[in-house]
Design a binder for this molecule. Structure first.
Ligand code: GLC
Length: 441
């Protein structure tokens, strides 16, 4: 009896100990992280900025890889980097006026060039004739104008020998015999430490490139858990996301989708299941991420607004990309898209996007809905040029009023208790309206 008791006690202690160990190794987001996640979700709209040495070649950020350019030849572009039109304050002003509430800036892309005063490598912006720390200037402008700052950080490097090559960066003149993961891992963590200790609050780190080792994924260890712990130990509120096109791993605070709204997989990179974390869809304004001189194929403002509405209706943010020019200016077309999106978002439509969650009605791409997180109002979004005069929708909750959000007009409606449907009578909408929004209370 005594022995059984002792055994029981011992096994309880062991179980408790195991539990404690698991708890210690599993990620528990800090309260300020949870708060940051909520603020991030409420923001709903951000602007992605792909700017680096690649911008000088004006062929997109994959130019080095796609053309198989020798890294030393490529690096000569450094000597011509002098973006005399760059003005961080003006970038942030234009972005803020669009209604976007955060930016995500490429601190170091796959080419390996760092856009800040890093002490970990000379291949950085301070060694160009321009010699200014763009991350610092952007961080100051974002903090001053109170918009969020996320930093894109590439996990892969087409220039450094110590990064063990995956399926890209094989024709840029690297020496595979000098691959040295511990050295590269130390380098990345030292750079991340700089980014998270020298520039004040950084709202997010946006990793990219893990797919480079998808062919040896079983054996290649990115040591992410330790890297994520480092980031959270430096800034607990910092939101970590990784564009690995998989369901989020432990330690990540958001889930991203490349070129698709969650649940769709038109671009072929988003078959992963959707998690309960904050969601973000990234998409280009034209076709490329980095500046490409020939790519003038900009999506129209109505198309971009409808994309924003559709992402919000899935409970996701839209991170919309701009590729700044070699001279440091944002392309004129991008600036006009920002202005026009701002006219829409800063008007009455804004309340149907910010601080919303996915809504209860979704009928294809043209009838979607959002719901205000605090008040619970439903916003129906009719994304069609031909708004019908009556509309019947499945709806499982009672409605007290229906209002055309942009005009304030009260709309007649009938709720069928048995069928659980709502029938709305809609006045003739002006043709070409981007989004006919009906607010239901
Ligand atoms: C892809 C591309 C990269 C781009 C990113 C943005 O991963 O490789 O160039 O920065 O998508 O989503």
């Amino acid at each position: 009896m005594k022995r059984t008791g002792t055994l029981l006690l011992l096994s309880c202690l062991w179980a408790g100990c195991l539990e404690a160990q698991t708890a210690a190794s599993s990620y528990v987001p800090a309260p300020e992280n949870l708060e940051a996640r909520q603020a991030f979700s409420d923001a709903r709209f951000g602007i992605f900025l792909h700017w680096g040495l690649y911008s000088l070649f004006a062929q997109g950020e994959w130019y080095m890889q796609n053309e198989g350019i020798d890294r030393h030849e490529y690096a000569k572009a450094m000597d011509a980097f002098y973006p005399h039109s760059f003005n961080a304050t003006q970038w942030v002003q234009a972005i803020k006026a669009s209604g976007a509430r955060y930016i995500c800036f490429t601190s170091r892309h796959h080419e390996g060039f760092s856009m800040w005063d890093t002490r970990c490598s000379d291949y950085n912006i301070m060694h160009t004739p321009w010699a200014q720390d763009v991350v610092k200037q952007l961080a100051d402008a974002c903090h001053e104008q109170q918009i969020g700052l996320h930093l894109y950080y590439s996990h892969i490097d087409w220039t450094r020998d110590d990064y063990p090559m995956g399926r890209t960066g094989r024709n840029t003149g690297k020496d595979p015999a000098r691959a040295d993961w511990p050295s590269y891992y130390r380098f990345m963590n030292a750079q991340l430490t700089e980014l998270l200790t020298r520039y004040g609050r950084i709202d997010g780190i946006w990793f990219d490139g893990m797919w480079d080792h998808d062919q040896d994924a079983q054996t290649f260890d990115w040591q992410l858990a330790e890297q994520y712990r480092l980031i959270h130990s430096l800034q607990p509120a910092c939101i970590i996301g990784n564009n690995h096109h998989q369901t989020p791993f432990e330690g990540e605070d958001m889930q991203m989708f490349e070129r698709d709204v969650p649940g769709e997989n038109k671009a072929g990179l988003s078959g992963q299941s959707i998690s309960a974390l904050p969601l973000e869809t990234c998409e280009t304004m034209n076709g490329m991420w980095g500046y490409k001189i020939k790519d003038q194929n900009y999506k129209s403002t109505p198309t971009l607004i409808r994309l924003l509405v559709r992402t919000a209706s899935k409970g996701a943010n839209l991170l919309l990309n701009i590729g700044p020019q070699p001279n440091g200016a944002l392309p004129a077309t991008a600036l006009s898209r920002l202005r026009e999106m701002g006219e829409w978002l800063n008007g009455p439509a804004g309340e149907s996007i910010y601080a919303t969650v996915a809504g209860p009605v979704s009928m294809g791409d043209t009838i979607v809905s959002t719901r205000s997180r605090r008040e619970g109002s439903i916003y129906l979004h009719l994304l069609t040029d031909n708004v019908p005069s009556t509309l019947t929708l499945p709806l499982d909750e009672k409605v007290k009023s229906a209002t055309a959000l942009l005009t304030g007009e009260k709309l007649a409606f009938r709720f069928d208790r048995k069928q659980r449907t709502l029938t709305l009578t809609l006045p003739q909408a002006p043709r070409g309206q981007v989004d006919y929004i009906v607010k239901l209370n």
